[in-house]
Design a protein around this ligand. Structure first.
Ligand code: G
Ligand code: G
Ligand code: MN
Ligand code: NA
Length: 256
């Protein structure tokens, strides 16, 4: 209850900020996207990461209002950044609860319009379990979003239990390979067969694979061998404040 009140106050005081982690082309380190990651910045108390408050925000429904703020912030940033780097897209994590809001696609459309952002400048990341939850409804909302022209990514892939026939019907552009798979690459018990399988499955379904949690040059090398072209992780860059992300885009620097 204490945390719930604090969250309400945080909304009133506008204490939510976004950090951004670059998504890069693995072949040359070019920044092709930025994933927005929510941070709660409390004066005098430092930064609270999302796993400490997103679950409660979901339970209480506050995630709907927080998520709206997140989308507004990310879309206005994306519109500015596309003037620096016209092909860059910003990804936003969307929770199951938001996806079940019946007019979610209309809201996204409104926010894109207000931010003057082309739909292709936004990618919405949905976890495999959120996409699966009440399959009919989620798929319907996802189709509405897809019709708007926003990109969709299936996040944390491999941690859920999606049926192949269901996956095949999802109107998704990207499949993000969960970092637990990437972790085992290039080490002693190399998980290359597994990751290779996920990459093949992804392409078979028409989804572009994106590797998460790339931390070492060995993992990068194996991902390239396995035909994965996009990724993100500490090896390239950690999530960074808005200002630093903008400087990175302006510099045009390659990462890695
Ligand atoms: O940034 P960090 O690694 O601490 O993120 C932890 C988790 O919080 C990740 O699973 C991420 O998807 C989730 N998350 C980050 N930002 C948001 C957000 O804006 N909305 C929602 N619903 N989840 C987020
Ligand atoms: O669930 P989602 O993929 O949205 O979570 C993103 C989270 O992963 C962020 O909280 C981010 O801080 C974290 N993250 C990003 N890169 C790496 C990495 O290379 N290794 C690890 N362990 N975590 C990472
Ligand atoms: Mn994500
Ligand atoms: Na993820």
């Amino acid at each position: 209850l204490r945390l719930e009140n604090d969250l309400r106050r945080a909304l009133e005081r506008d204490e939510f900020r976004l950090h951004y982690q670059p998504v890069v082309r693995l072949g040359d380190g070019k920044v092709v996207g930025l994933e927005a990651l929510l941070r709660w910045e409390r004066p005098g108390r430092g930064i609270t990461p999302p796993d400490r408050f997103v679950p409660l925000a979901e339970e209480t429904g506050m995630i709907v209002e927080i998520g709206r703020r997140v989308l507004r912030m990310a879309c206005s940033r994306a519109a500015e950044w596309r003037r620096i780097c016209p092909s860059v897209a910003v990804s936003v994590n969307v929770s199951a609860r938001q996806l079940r809001t019946p007019d979610f696609a209309d809201e996204v459309e409104r926010i894109l319009h207000q931010a003057r952002l082309e739909p292709c400048g936004l990618v919405l990341e949905v976890t495999e379990s959120a996409a699966m939850d009440e399959p009919g409804e989620a798929a319907e909302v996802l189709r509405g979003l897809r019709e708007l022209g926003v990109g969709l990514a299936l996040d944390d892939f491999g941690t859920g239990y999606s049926s192949l026939s269901y996956l095949k019907r999802l109107p998704v552009s990207f499949l993000k390979i969960d970092r637990s798979f990437v972790e085992g690459l290039g080490g002693e018990a190399d998980s290359g067969v597994l990751v290779g399988g996920v990459i093949a499955l992804s392409r078979e379904l028409g989804f572009e694979p994106v590797a998460e949690g790339v931390e070492t040059p060995g993992q990068l090398e194996r991902l390239l061998e396995l035909g994965c072209e996009l990724g993100q992780g500490y090896y390239f860059a950690s999530p960074m404040p808005e200002r630093a992300a903008e400087e990175l885009l302006r510099s045009g620097a390659r990462l890695g």
